[in-house]
Design a binder for this molecule. Sequence first.
Ligand code: ATP
Ligand code: MG
Length: 456
Amino acid sequence: MNGSNDNNAPTTDAPQPVIVPRAEHPISRSSISPSALKVLYRLKDAGFQAFLVGGAVRDLLLGRSPKDFDIATNAHPEQVRQLFRNCRLIGRRFHLAHVRFGQEIIEVATFRAAHTLVDDDNSVDEDSRRVLDTHGRILRDNLYGTIEEDVWRRDFTANALYYNIADFSIWDYTNGVPDANARVLKLIGDPATRYREDPVRMLRAVRFAAKLDFRIDDATAAPLTKLAGMLHSVPAARLFDEVNKLFLAGCALRSFELLREHGLLAHLFPDLAAALEADSTGLGERLVRLGLQGTDERVLADKSVTPSFLFAVLLWPVVQRQAKQHLQVDDSEIGVLQDAFDSVAARAQQRVAVPKRFSMSAREVVAMQPRFDNRSGRRSLRVLEHPRFRAAYDFLLLRAAAGEVEQSVADWWTEIQTMPTEARVEVVEQVGAAPRPAGVKRRRRRSRKAKPSTGV
Ligand code: ATP
Ligand code: MG
């Protein structure tokens, strides 16, 4: 393959795409990043095929603004590098080109080789191009191919659309345009096979359904529960990345519901799934749902979200349960919570590897909770100076909203923060006084009855 290839037409002996001309689709160049357009045009002018691909085409088609703009081309990575000064090749097995424009990086991928048939022993494909393990997972996929090959290795039909810079048409090999318009998420090929190749696609199905508000096609949904156990074979670090995408991108609550519905939660966070199942009070369930809903609201409002708070939420019902079982009359509640957190987190890490910096601050947020019970004496105010106070306090609010602690306790901490130091000291030194700061108007106590928490 080289730059002199025909730029406008698909090669003839391969599957033909439906070509949707510019006049028949809504994607306008004005909604494509100018940097991506530059890359597309330069590739085209050098005689290569150049397409906008993946999530960007799908999102533009749906009238959403894309997270990033990925490009696919028949130029080899070295050829891409020669065209751009600001370009770096990344990846060990399959090289991708990253073209940098200030903060923005445009990823340029050379078309990948096709799926080839799996041998009977399920280990090496017919011409050794793709190596699979005994579960049918792809271990190596490292040859460059044509667009007709590239398309079949993509996951969902709506993710397999190519916007051609040569004439602004969309090339659709998989019925992706009608599927996207009908808001249906459909795997390309045989769903069970595609999940076996890469079990993370099960999580991607849930993520896209939640994020795009798509229905998962019946055939695509059918194997999920049965194959959910394959998540065990996915490296825990990759699952951490996927969990962040599921829960920190504004559709956490819906993702959580779908993970449960399709039996995936039990393989991602087995202890959480079991704790929620066993909890007859419904408190843990309410806390998790409100925590995820709160995360979604923060994302929507463009506020920061962190994996630490998320993991504190997801581990809390399990930590609570374990701490309750172990707490003796004389134990320090903080110590018991820390021990419970350590053992619960260690088990959870086997599935989802949370980097230390996040799990450490989740641990602090959890272990600080009993300190909010103490509201007399100057020492009780020290918690306000703790570097993790803000997160721990937010977590307290969440527990109160879920009905796990008295709302008046949360209100006390809300109000004390608004007071000058001397007034705070006065409040906590009124020995035996009611926990309401003096001079602060009594707020109407919010009903502890949980508001409908499903959000859907
Ligand atoms: P987002 O908007 O969340 O980034 P996206 O569709 O761009 O969504 P990416 O994870 O960025 O998703 O991947 C880009 C494209 O690469 C996808 O649209 C899909 O075509 C393909 N792809 C990514 N991961 C896989 C996978 N595990 N299996 C098959 N194809 C994949
Ligand atoms: Mg993307």
